[in-house]
Design a protein around this ligand. Structure first.
Ligand SMILES: N[C@@H](CCC(=O)N[C@@H](CS)C(=O)NCC(=O)O)C(=O)O
Length: 307
């Protein structure tokens, strides 16, 4: 298989969602560390402006957002499967719940505790990233409410695990487990040095489950520099993609479009539409440094505009 290159940084919880999948699938992968704030000059030639973390590169194909990264991993390394037969829809829907309903309250808990220790440049970057002022005093005041929301959401996971099943929807881990592990890992690692902090101390089933997830590890990473990753892209050609002519958007192959996340890091990426399915939208761009690149995004949570 062509190298899986993950552009990430160690403290990124969305990256841990992907790293634990590498662990479950026992994959070897290339690890490129990127900055945790803008600018990210060596990432931009690959993504065309998309700035969030992580990004998966395979040759000259670049996959943005963990929703799509996980589906692509599943395609390239199908065993063991993270989309249990007959439960793929449930696993993906639960993953959306974890990504959107649990991640933000968990961030509120963590940032309420540590925002005042983070540098001013981080505050400024995250204000731009989220479109809301990243203010340590406000975050500290909101932390109890964030803790309670995190508790209320994680109590649903506690209820799922209460019948003794080892993972959220059965005997083996799915994409839902990887997604839920993201905020739980973040709480444990950033606040508890690996131990359960409130509200996790009230959720023994979730804590025991998180230990099972941790035991999978992160697969086998080998460091790669950002410059080497750009060389890989330059030497490769993007894989062919297809545009579904029956797509409800009415968009057609060859149209110039922009694709923009609808929540955070709302930077449009423009290019020629080369792929469109219910799961993904793909645009081809040309970068003076790396040549032709195809950037892929999930459909859910992304706005496609014809230019
Ligand atoms: N929906 C995105 C969310 C990614 C996300 O918010 N990542 C955080 C880091 S965990 C981020 O991009 N922070 C700003 C940055 O790294 O520049 C995904 O699933 O990949």
């Amino acid at each position: 298989m062509t190298d899986l290159i993950l552009h990430h940084y160690p403290t990124s919880p969305f990256s841990e969602k992907v790293r634990v999948a590498f662990g479950i699938k026992r994959l070897s992968w290339r690890s490129v560390h990127i900055p945790n704030i803008m600018p990210k000059p060596e990432l931009m030639p690959l993504t065309g402006g998309y700035r969030r973390t992580p990004v998966l590169q395979i040759g000259a194909d670049v996959y943005c957002d963990t929703q799509l990264i996980m589906l692509e991993l599943e395609k390239r390394a199908p065993q063991p499967s993270l989309l249990a037969a007959g439960q793929a829809g449930e696993a993906r829907a639960l993953a959306m719940w974890a990504d959107r309903a649990i991640f933000w309250p968990a961030v509120g808990v963590v940032m309420g505790a540590i925002a005042d220790k983070l540098p001013e440049a981080f505050h400024k970057d995250r204000s731009e990233f989220s479109g809301r002022p990243f203010d340590a005093t406000r975050l500290k005041a909101a932390a109890p409410a964030a803790r309670d929301q995190t508790y209320a959401q994680l109590a649903l996971a506690e209820a799922m695990l209460a019948d003794g099943r080892p993972f959220l929807i059965g005997g083996s881990p799915t994409l839902a487990d990887c997604a839920l592990y993201n905020p739980v890992w973040f709480l444990k690692e950033r606040l508890g040095a690996g131990r359960a902090v409130p509200p996790l101390d009230r959720l023994p089933g979730v804590v025991a489950w998180s230990e099972r997830m941790k035991a999978f590890g992160n697969g086998s990473p080998a460091a790669m520099t950002a410059a080497q990753a750009l060389d890989v892209a330059r030497a490769a050609a993007p894989l062919p993609s297809e545009v579904d002519r029956a797509d409800p958007s009415g968009l057609a192959a060859g149209q110039e479009v922009s694709v923009t996340p609808d929540d955070t890091g709302r930077v449009p990426v423009t290019g020629v539409l080369v792929g469109l399915t219910p799961d993904r939208v793909s645009v081809r761009r040309s970068d003076p440094g790396v040549g032709d690149i195809v950037v892929h995004f999930p459909r859910a949570g992304f706005v496609i505009s014809a230019l």
